[in-house]
Design a protein around this ligand. Structure first.
Ligand code: GLN
Ligand code: ZN
Length: 755
């Protein structure tokens, strides 16, 4: 008997980002829709055969998408927002929903759970007519069939769809349950009319998020109904990123065929297995989100313990989630010290197949036996390797005694105020200025060796000179150097730290055609030399005003990388905190009076399950405080976070104890500030007063009103005035007038005397 293997989804962007290129070429009118469709079907075919040839039994169709699977689901349900209905052409309408067009703004986009993948947020409203459009599903299904693959079909389930949608009038989206479920029922009826049995994998990851009683009731209702429709449609319900024990106990009592669980990020899933009631278990044992080789022996042990509760023949081996979150294959990676420990999508597929064979005691080929021996060796080697382990770093970490700043905020702020001598409502920006074509080219040319280091540095100096001159000219109070030397706030630091690796082709889809290449944080972190002093000092030398130094914080550097899994994340973050603290000491010694430690990823790094939150908050705060522990009383520490929902985390923000926090509020008015007032938050706050995500230039009047609103909520002496995020994605034509208006608005308020 062969044990079966299943893959939830494959990286659709392609080995060489073919889909990205085809999409962008189509969008800019350089190629036709036929060209795009041709690339898409070639990619699908390649990816299906790739899985088939390596021995995967359950291969997905409908995991492909021209943009996003949530958007596909909205289309499947005919949930087309009113403003797009006038567009007749299906493809044109689809891309307009994703990206907007001249007449209609795009639908909103947000992060998929705690990954860096973004989905399109479906917009629901009373007047929608939900009905089934199964064309994409059926055509992908048939496409696979024509090349001899009998695919399973993947869709996003009704409850995850509703939970992650928004109603245009703010209604509870579950109120659409009774209108949406029949569409899924219709789909199953349609699939049951196909010639053979069909496997339908319905993804319901929402059930890893502390489900409510009401959600669980709806789950029961939905899957009791869906699983009763046809014996020919075998339903697999899958969750990932955490355990879903509440849902498992319900699904076990429906007629679904299988349940797919994540045993990598959801170890606790093991607790509900006794309930499975003869269902197939799709055991996600190979990490679908991280890029390290699997410890095969450990995985076999895990599977053996799973088989205490589930008969072996009912266990199907899989990855913990879709492989969408990892790059394509290590085959196109350049040689490096760590390549032998990496496993991308292609390699993970091999791991799944091999693990299945070993688990079932099937005879192995010589090559497979070699692979297993090699795996043992690699895993062992990784534990002790001096590439990964640096005893100096570990010793240092053990001996650290200074964990936080010495003085309390009330004392620090007095000293800082005196030293900085700033007016009320001090104005500043978040750090970056527009990343122009020239500045990108400059960095690229240096990398390629087209220009000398000196030429590069002269270019950077010119950019900084211009930034400083502009900021002085318009009268900002605290200046920044503009971050021209940084392409990315994680990559820049990663490249200068030991312990980070940069892949050559490790692209992962972030949204639509956008891909990111996350750094690989593989080893103990150390800082060979200062990272920011040169440019910040240069910028400071060009002005008598205060120049703010810019660093990326220990949670963000962690969260936007692929992180080693041999030590806890808290410890990795602690190592980063130490190097940041050294950098702060150096900046301070160089005369920098204000240092900002950016933590835009602080909130998205929160654990999915409530039970894990306090532990995260504890170490994240500890590490932030450790990172800034070297700051003297007179050095002002700022932090920046890019979102506008602080209610749940306000006490954690308070515990971080930054002297100043700048936040994104522009889009939510001053609503969010109320929570700061409510809890009696003492430290200073810079609520972003305009939205930098839009090219629109806010007027002086508008900004003056906005500031007046802020003053109504918080004491004026507690407030800073700034845009709501960095300006790197904007153009100078927008940035210049917007900042001018911002400074004018502040001047109006200062002069009006009602403060
Ligand atoms: N200092 C960074 C910038 O201005 C902060 C970016 C961010 O918040 N994501 O670009
Ligand atoms: Zn931001």
């Amino acid at each position: 008997m062969t044990c079966k293997t299943l893959i939830t989804g494959f990286p659709r962007i392609g080995e060489h980002r073919e889909l990205k290129k085809a999409l962008e070429s189509y969008w800019t009118g350089k190629s036709s829709i036929e060209d795009l469709q041709k690339t898409a079907s070639e990619l699908k075919k390649k990816h299906w055969l790739y899985q088939k040839n390596r021995g995967i039994n359950f291969i997905s169709c409908n995991d492909f998408s021209f943009y996003d699977n949530m958007l596909d689901t909205a289309v499947m349900l005919n949930a087309i927002p009113e403003r797009f209905k006038k567009i007749d052409d299906n493809i044109e309408r689809y891309f307009a929903m994703a990206r907007g067009n001249d007449l209609a703004v795009a639908m909103e986009m947000t992060k998929w759970f705690n990954t860096n993948y973004h989905y399109i947020v479906p917009e629901l409203s009373e007047n929608l007519q939900f009905n089934l459009d199964s064309s994409k599903i059926i055509s992908e299904y048939n496409e696979a069939k024509t090349i001899g693959i009998d695919p399973k079909i993947n869709i996003i389930g009704p409850l995850t769809f509703l939970e992650l949608s928004k109603d245009v009038h703010g209604k509870d989206c579950y109120s659409y349950f009774n209108r949406v479920l029949p569409v899924y029922e219709q789909l199953i009826k349609e699939l049951s009319a196909l010639n053979s049995n069909v496997y339908l994998q319905i993804e319901e990851p929402i059930f890893v998020k502390d489900p409510t009683v009401e959600q669980l009731e709806l789950l029961k209702k939905a899957y009791t109904a869906l699983s009763a429709i046809s014996d020919k449609v075998k339903i697999i319900v899958s969750t990932y990123f955490e355990h879903s024990n509440e849902a498992t106990s319900i699904l076990a009592n429906t007629s679904v065929w299988g349940i797919a669980l994540d045993f990598v990020s959801g170890r606790k899933n093991i607790e509900a297995l006794k309930l499975l009631n003869g269902k197939k278990l799709i055991a996600g044992v190979v990490d679908g989100r991280n890029i390290w080789i699997n410890d095969i022996q450990r995985t076999i042990n895990l599977l053996n313990s799973i088989s205490n509760d589930v008969p072996r023949e009912d266990i199907i081996i899989s990855t913990s989630c879709s492989l969408l979150h990892v790059p394509y294959s290590i085959e196109s990676e350049k040689e490096s010290d760590i390549k032998k420990w990496l496993s991308f999508a292609g390699e993970k597929i091999n791991e799944v197949v091999l693990i299945a064979k070993v688990f079932q005691g099937e005879p192995l080929s010589v090559m497979e036996n070699d692979h297993i021996d090699n795996n043992k060796f690699r895993i062992q080697e990784k534990k002790t390797s001096s590439i990964i382990n640096n005893s100096a770093v570990q010793d240092l970490l053990r001996t650290i005694v200074k964990l936080e700043r010495d003085e309390v905020y009330e004392d620090r702020i007095l000293v800082q105020k005196e030293r900085l001598d700033l007016p009320i409502l001090p104005t500043t920006t978040i750090g970056s200025f527009p990343q122009t074509k020239e500045i990108r080219k400059l960095r690229r040319d240096l990398k390629k060796g087209i220009i000398s280091k000196e030429q590069y540095e002269n270019g950077i100096k010119r950019y900084i000179d211009d930034c400083v001159a502009f900021q002085e000219e318009i009268g900002l109070d605290v200046l920044v150097h503009g971050e021209p030397e940084r392409n990315d706030m994680v990559e820049y630091f990663g490249e200068m730290l030991n312990g980070f690796h940069f892949t050559s082709n490790g692209w992962v889809q972030s949204y639509g055609s956008r891909c990111v290449k996350p750094p690989v944080l593989y080893g103990d972190i150390s800082r060979p030399e200062p990272m920011t002093i040169k440019w910040i000092s240069y910028a400071q030398s060009k002005t008598n005003k205060t120049m703010k130094g810019m660093l990326t914080g220990p949670v963000t550097l962690l969260n936007w990388s692929f992180v080693r899994d041999d030590i806890p994340r808290s410890e990795v973050s602690r190592q980063i905190a130490v190097v940041i603290s050294n950098e702060i000491a150096d900046l301070q010694a160089a005369g920098i009076k204000i240092i900002q430690v950016d933590e835009p990823a602080f909130k998205e790094a929160y654990p999915i399950r409530k039970e894990n939150i306090s532990e995260y908050e504890r170490w994240a705060v500890e590490n932030f405080k450790l990172a800034v522990s070297t700051a003297k009383e007179e050095t002002q520490i700022h932090t920046h976070m890019c979102y506008s929902e602080f209610n749940d985390i306000i006490h954690t923000i308070e515990a971080m104890d930054a002297d100043v926090i700048t936040i994104e509020t522009a889009r939510s008015g001053n609503e969010l500030l109320k929570i700061f007032k409510e809890i009696g938050y003492k430290n200073e706050i810079g609520p972003g007063i305009y939205d930098i995500h839009s090219p629109r230039v806010p007027s002086v009047e508008e900004l003056t009103d906005q500031i007046s609103c802020l003053i109504e909520v918080l004491p004026i002496k507690q407030l800073w005035i700034n845009p709501d995020c960095g300006l790197k994605t904007r153009r100078w034509e927008e940035v210049k007038p917007a900042l001018k208006n911002m400074v004018k608005a502040v001047k109006n308020i200062r002069e009006s005397g009602d403060n």
